[in-house]
Design a protein. Structure first.
Length: 453
């Protein structure tokens, strides 16, 4: 092992990293230094065909007894820093004083499912404290309610041209680490001991989704499909038809070399091919990050080569931290679709995808355009809506503090709104109703009333 790699290994050992995590970092760091940036050229892929896709309408009927075979896993490592948060994003209030984590816990309790949260080193303490106070029933029994994903050292770019890199030295040690993406789910759940425990408890399938997507509830029909095909379909990715709003998200493709379905993220797209990446006519399906995984198949894949991790495509995420040009090595859990023989892409209804990545999204889901379905606690569009309103806010509303200052009396009614665009600072009283389209181009205060055209 050369001196540079040894410095990273020593850093990880001092922090208590396990051998699998260290081996995984070294594996990707070797690729990085060899100039393998994880790019996927369009010449090597093609759009998926109709035969590659399963349709939700064609799934078998749900069987209530199947639920005893399912575990619900939520990715809960995000802090929501882009919205000005410094705690788990799932603790953000959503509706009627309920947080995202309230709704997730209620979904699990109603369905009678074990709930497991993959936290980061940033969200573990806040999340456990919340569950202990509000949902102690989820903490009973032998099953651990959470596990913590690994952390990778950020890589300081010494000389980009020659792939020369080194450890990052900063006064705040926490700034020198990054979560290695949600692809870390697979080795982290295994090294925590949780994967073996789930299998020993008779669970067969994991349903995995983001904690900010409350449209993702445990659908018994998808589970029935997984159990009916337990021998030949080990992995299912839920996909949706792309719209212009989804053009930057990871899309589904088919590798020409071997016919395997793959996931291509925009960070894996060469700069000269971004237009092609965003062409929703060519690549028409995006990854919702809702996955269904056969637990025994996952265990076998992790043990196949003895390293304890899956060789997922690397994502080289460039950032600037305290004035330093750094690289974060990351992987995406959806990219595992290419590693499982028989993996399928499932085209699902829009209702299963309602993520909150920005304050634009948060304003919509907090409004009456969405409601919580009483039976499942799924977040669904209200009334007869088929699409959510399009909300575009200026940077004056980028953080939660800015958003709530503009709407001190609550979110306006967007139930009949088509689009809301706010380009300048404005404030809104209680009782504001937006109908059709409203574009705010001059500062003003909106009193109670109906606006839009």
């Amino acid at each position: 092992m050369d001196a540079t790699t040894q410095r990273f290994v020593d850093k990880m050992r001092r922090a208590g990293a396990n051998d699998v995590a260290i081996g995984m970092f070294c594996h990707y760091f070797t690729k990085l230094r060899a100039g393998q940036g994880g790019m996927i050229r369009e010449a090597g892929i093609a759009p998926p065909t109709t035969e590659d896709l399963v349709r939700h309408a064609d799934l078998p009927e749900a069987c209530p007894d199947d639920m005893t075979r399912l575990v619900m896993i939520k990715l809960n490592g995000g802090l929501g820093t882009s919205m000005g948060l410094s705690k788990a994003k799932s603790l953000l209030p959503l509706k009627d004083d309920l947080t995202f984590l309230d709704v997730i816990a209620q979904q699990a309790l109603i369905a009678g499912l074990p709930l497991v949260l993959m936290n980061s080193f940033n969200t573990q303490d806040d999340t456990l404290a919340f569950l202990q106070e509000h949902y102690p029933a989820l903490l009973r029994g032998d099953l651990a309610p959470t596990f913590v994903q690994n952390q990778f050292p950020r890589i300081c770019v010494s000389d980009d041209a020659t792939h020369s890199y080194d450890t990052l030295d900063l006064p705040d040690e926490s700034d020198t680490w990054n979560p290695p993406g949600h692809g870390d789910l697979y080795p982290a759940i295994a090294t925590s001991g949780l994967l073996d425990q789930l299998i020993a408890d008779g669970l067969e399938v994991a349903f995995v989704s983001n904690s900010d997507n409350l449209g993702a509830f445990a659908d018994g029909r998808i589970l029935a499909y997984m159990l009916a095909h337990r021998e030949d379909v080990p992995f299912v990715m839920e996909v949706r038809e792309r719209t212009l709003m989804d053009r930057k998200g990871g899309h589904l493709a088919k590798r020409r070399a071997d016919g395997r379905l793959i996931l291509r993220e925009i960070a894996q797209c060469p700069e000269d091919e971004v237009d092609g990446f965003q062409n929703i006519e060519t690549f028409g399906y995006f990854n919702t990050n809702n996955l269904w995984i056969n637990l025994r198949a996952l265990k076998a894949a992790l043990e196949a080569d003895g390293d304890g991790f899956l060789d997922l495509p690397m994502i080289k995420n460039r950032k600037t931290v305290e004035g330093h040009d750094v690289i974060q090595i990351e992987t995406a859990m959806g990219s595992a679709i290419e590693l499982f023989e028989g993996a399928r892409a499932l085209v699902v209804p829009r209702s299963r995808y309602a993520p909150v990545k920005t304050t634009n999204h948060l304003l919509v889901v907090r409004s009456d355009a969405y409601e919580l379905e009483p039976r499942t606690r799924q977040l669904v569009l209200a009334g007869s809506r088929e699409q959510p309103p399009i909300v575009m806010l200026s940077d004056d509303y980028k953080t939660i503090t800015q958003l709530e200052a503009a709407f001190p009396c609550g979110v306006p009614s967007l139930r009949t709104c088509t689009s809301l665009q706010i380009e300048v600072p404005a404030t809104f009283a209680g009782g504001v109703v937006v109908q059709g389209d409203l574009k705010v181009t001059a500062p003003r205060h909106y009193a109670a009333g109906v606006y839009g055209e």
